[in-house]
Design a protein around this ligand. Structure first.
Ligand SMILES: Cc1cc2nc3c(=O)[nH]c(=O)nc-3n(C[C@H](O)[C@H](O)[C@H](O)COP(=O)(O)OP(=O)(O)OC[C@H]3O[C@@H](n4cnc5c(N)ncnc54)[C@H](O)[C@@H]3O)c2cc1C
Length: 279
């Protein structure tokens, strides 16, 4: 009979993880669908009752989003416009039931190329906090997701939080996702951007594209072009096809690689225009 543990503190969870090969379970919305038609034989460590892993805190210089914070909680949270892109993504992760159970940490640890949480968090320059028997460490999200379903998490470790630094200047973000229909759909392409704006001009820019490479990627050439430009409703015209050259979209049942690239360019332009129009 597989074990099922549901600790209420992080230290209990880490102690249990150090004992053996437990599978971490948060909302279960990625884990259980991967078991359809198979017996669930894994010993489970359910982290959903650990209060310290849940919720969003303003920590002065940064925000801390606990790993088991659900997408519904993120969508409903009172946060500055910097988080608009992440909140838009939260509202598009499956339907309401999935958003009520699915967590930000589960989305990152599952490391799907189409994970909707990843581009907005890359555009927020987010870091992740990882805890293990040897203590806590944090790293850039870009260093945490190593490939398709592959992260830097080592056995015995938990992802405990996502950290977002406060920007130097007023900042806004936006997110757009294209699927085969409006809701409840796996992304064909998605784009998130965060812009910091000083005196009406872009002072910092981060653009990230998802579902067009094994891991969502930032677009440094496009970001560089935006610096110093007026932040208006035509900003997106500066985004060019050559800025997406580092992406490697695949052909699959949802779309061809060429279509994905074209969609990413259009979404990217719309995202930038939208932030510009709101500024
Ligand atoms: C019908 C449906 C629609 C969906 N639609 C979307 C969508 O539109 N966009 C999208 O991005 N995703 C979608 N998903 C996938 C899923 O809902 C999300 O990725 C969700 O955020 C996963 O979170 P979870 O807490 O349920 O993860 P779980 O299933 O609990 O865990 C996922 C993986 O991460 C590990 N894990 C979880 N938390 C931690 C932690 N803190 N530390 C270490 N390891 C951990 C688990 O061991 C497991 O391997 C959908 C799923 C379903 C079933």
């Amino acid at each position: 009979m597989p074990a099922y543990l549901r600790p209420t503190t992080q230290s209990e969870a880490l102690a249990a993880l150090a004992q053996g090969t437990l599978t971490v379970l948060a909302g279960g919305t990625d884990y259980y669908p991967s078991k359809v038609g198979k017996a669930v034989a894994d010993d489970i460590l359910d982290i959903s009752a650990i209060a310290g892993l849940r919720g969003i805190d303003d920590c002065g210089g940064h925000w801390r989003i606990g790993a088991t914070t659900t997408w519904s909680e993120i969508a409903a949270a009172e946060l500055p416009p910097l988080f608009d892109g992440l909140k838009l993504a939260a509202r598009q992760v499956g339907g309401a039931q999935i958003q009520n159970a699915g967590t930000i940490g589960g989305n990152l640890c599952n490391a799907s190329p189409a994970a909707d949480g990843v581009p907005p968090l890359l555009a927020l320059d987010a870091r992740v906090e990882v805890a293990g028997a040897d203590g806590n460490r944090n790293m850039a999200l870009a260093d945490f997701i190593l490939g398709n379903r592959n992260t830097a998490l080592r056995p015995g470790q938990l992802l405990t939080a996502v950290l977002v630094s406060k920007p130097m200047h007023a900042a806004r973000s936006h997110f757009l996702k294209l699927g085969a229909r409006e809701y409840l759909v796996v992304s064909i392409a998605m784009v998130a951007a965060t812009l910091e704006i000083e005196a009406g001009r872009v002072s910092a820019a981060r653009i990230a594209v998802g579902a067009c490479s094994p891991v969502a990627q930032r677009l440094p050439p496009a970001e560089a072009v935006l610096i110093g430009k007026p932040c208006d409703a035509k900003l997106g015209e500066l985004l060019r096809a050559e800025h997406l050259a580092g992406l490697a979209p695949i052909d699959d049942v949802r779309a061809s690689g060429a279509y994905r690239l074209d969609a990413a360019l259009t979404l990217g332009r719309r995202v930038l225009n939208r932030i510009g129009a709101e500024t």
